[in-house]
Ligand binder design. Sequence first.
Ligand code: NAD
Length: 420
Amino acid sequence: MAAVGANSQLNPLENAERQFEEAAARLKLEGGVKEMLKRPRRATIQSLPVMMDDGTIKVFTGYRVQHSIARGPAKGGIRFHQDVTLEEVEALASWMTWKCAVADIPFGGGKGGIKVDPRGLSMSELERLTRRYAADLSDLFGPERDVPAPDVNTGEREMAWFVDTYSMHERRTELAVVTGKPIEIGGSQGRREATGRGVMICVEQMCKHLNVPLKGAKVVVQGFGNVGGVAADLLAECGAKIVAASDVSGAIHNPDGLDVKALLEFVKDHKGVLGFPGGKALTTSIIEYDCDILVPAALENQITSENAPNVKAKIVAEGANGPTTPDADKILEAKGIWVIPDILCNSGGVTVSYFEWVQNRMGFYWPETEVNSRLRQYMEKAFLDVLQTGVKEKASLRMAAYMVAIKRVLKVHQLRGMYA
Ligand code: NAD
């Protein structure tokens, strides 16, 4: 992973702002309105002192950015990663605003992060760090204010600690304060698979639009984690052939197709794809591997102006947030590659998070079939809204998605009016 900041092309905030500016120009937004929509509403930096197992105290840095609460509570995950910066969190928070608006769910956008390599902490140290973060900002969070969720290196376990900490402060159990919880404490059926399922639905709709068969299509997945692993599994179930996959351990390939279910089992046991007996180690760039569909599902800035000219795929389905730099976007567009943008392609996760929040507030839970069929309705509608705008405005799907989203958020601002 390249270091953010070394090259301005890799600064996610600059990238997010460039994408916004381009859409804003197309929508002819004027100065003050544009600034209001662009800037985060609130950003906090926290010092988080944590008692380590050996009795020493270590101070970590945490962030929470609420980009927008115009359409509803801020919504967005919490990332634990050693490279987290305020700028990265700001970019991710703004993408959440646009993503929730594209998905047409009643949330604004937020994001959080802690600068930590969780592999260096014991489970009890991680628990204390998560609880400290949740407690420190407990007046900021809440079902009507700001609803976090998992992101890179956080999952159900951290969300359960979060609910418990928040509930102790509130003196009652409040499940709707975060989503992505274990099923036993208010998690939704289908949430774990939702982002990957949404990626699969988008790819399916894209193939339908382009009139190309998904059955037999060659798919490459970069980042065989929650999003990438599920997307690979569901795309394979649709008849696609997963020819290469990667994660932090390395990359593997098999031109005849990897056995995805066996690979998922292997990763559970071996903590990585490398060494999987059904494939060979891949030493060349996975982004440039020969395929029809490329699913970047790891972190930001993986498709850059350096490797974009060599992308062979006809469709790029962005499972990750911000995997393509704006410069690379232009190159892919000129090559006639269809990029299904992150704010549409990976919106399945936040859509089912919304379902989870709804179920928590109703106290009534849906079976997985109902969750999946509602998710399909939302994804197909979002895909169609973006596609139609793209065709009408002669814009890429990314620009179209931004235009759909910005218009929806702007409309709410106009209806609510300006206070002060
Ligand atoms: P995860 O931690 O489960 O998986 C990430 C995967 O990427 C892991 O397999 C990791 O080994 C791999 N990875 C990390 N660096 C890599 C590199 N340099 N090359 C190849 N692989 C690498 O996380 P996730 O939840 O699957 O999230 C992945 C991406 O999807 C992130 O960008 C996240 O923001 C985005 N996303 C996640 C969700 C969700 O619901 N989980 C929703 C929307 C977007």
